[in-house]
Design a protein around this ligand. Sequence first.
Ligand SMILES: Nc1ncnc2c1ncn2[C@@H]1O[C@H](COP(=O)(O)OP(=O)(O)OP(=O)(O)O)[C@@H](O)[C@H]1O
Ligand SMILES: [Mg+2]
Length: 210
Amino acid sequence: MNQLITFEGADGCGKSTQLQLTTAWLRHQGKQVLQTKQPGGTPLGVEIRRLLLSGEFTPIPECELLMFLADRAQHVKEVIQPALQAGVWVLCDRYSDSTLAYQLAARGLDEKLDLTAMLAFAEAGCVPHQTFWFDVSIETAMLRLEKRQQSGEPSNRLDDEAMAFHQRVHQAFGYIYQANQERMIRLDASASIETIQQQIQQIIQKKIRC
Ligand SMILES: Nc1ncnc2c1ncn2[C@@H]1O[C@H](COP(=O)(O)OP(=O)(O)OP(=O)(O)O)[C@@H](O)[C@H]1O
Ligand SMILES: [Mg+2]
């Protein structure tokens, strides 16, 4: 059966690289696959993404959180739910775990707010069947981002946050993983692109009976 699979982890951990390879592999197996991302998986979401990440604006943490949730609510109802109902596999670059790590933990909103109900509201029942967490040291991720920037891809507002912010994100993903081991698979993202892709394929084949 088709699945919603999310790809999570810090900036530069390799999510988009692995998502593309996994999409190609599943398509090669004859599956219909939707490759999508948050924020920015709908026309409205593209605008929300620009407002959030271009650096033109610096939303307060509360506003930032609500904008990410708004993007997700629109994306789930407009794109993800219909695709899943049509039997399409949905691979999504970031989802609620990123909101928990970045907008809640790293921004320090977790002391002020119990986000569980709000996350569920935006997800509207579309809980990932499987989540890959690409666990990599901040140093390695930063080096990869620097390399990517040298090849012409500019950084975004969140990439440019202070080291302490990225450390809180990294730590938060660790806690999220501990609390969600049924759903989340931790991958050592310091391995080679090929090794990680092989692991993903094996896991999908085994766990989801491709
Ligand atoms: N396992 C790997 N080993 C070495 N380099 C890698 C690996 N995976 C990805 N890269 C490279 O690291 C850079 C970041 O990878 P990628 O864009 O996939 O990360 P990301 O998690 O999607 O980042 P972001 O959160 O910023 O979107 C790219 O230049 C990519 O080619
Ligand atoms: Mg990416």
